[in-house]
Design a protein. Structure first.
Length: 112
């Protein structure tokens, strides 16, 4: 899937990871966007829209710095399996920028 925010980058096919989109920058750096990560990213765009450009800028900085990045929904259960890539979750990007979305969800009170 080609995501709007990354459509200007080259999309590469990775038959070993068909559910995650692999992008390549003109300078050769590569990164995957997992669907769960993209959903989280869009949550930040919706709730913290003013901060969204900073999040995108930080993602690009991390791609340039690390050369090979998987933006994953979960370290513990990534969809993408590749060697020599660094795995980053959304909070690895947003927490250092002090951009937070408060999770107000809680369990049911009917369990008593």
């Amino acid at each position: 899937m080609i995501y709007e925010e990354f459509k200007h980058f080259n999309v590469l096919e990775d038959k070993n990871n068909p559910f995650c989109t692999l992008y390549e920058l003109p300078s050769g750096e590569r990164f995957y966007i997992e669907p769960a990560f993209y959903t989280q990213l869009m949550g930040f765009k919706e709730f913290r829209g003013d901060d969204f450009p900073r999040i995108m800028e930080r993602m690009m900085e991390l791609i340039h710095k690390n050369k090979k990045v998987v933006f994953t929904g979960s370290y513990e259960n990534p969809q993408t399996e590749v060697d020599d890539y660094i795995y980053l979750e959304i909070y690895d990007i947003t927490d250092p920028l002090q951009i937070y979305v408060e999770d107000k969800s809680r369990g049911s009170d009917y369990g008593d």
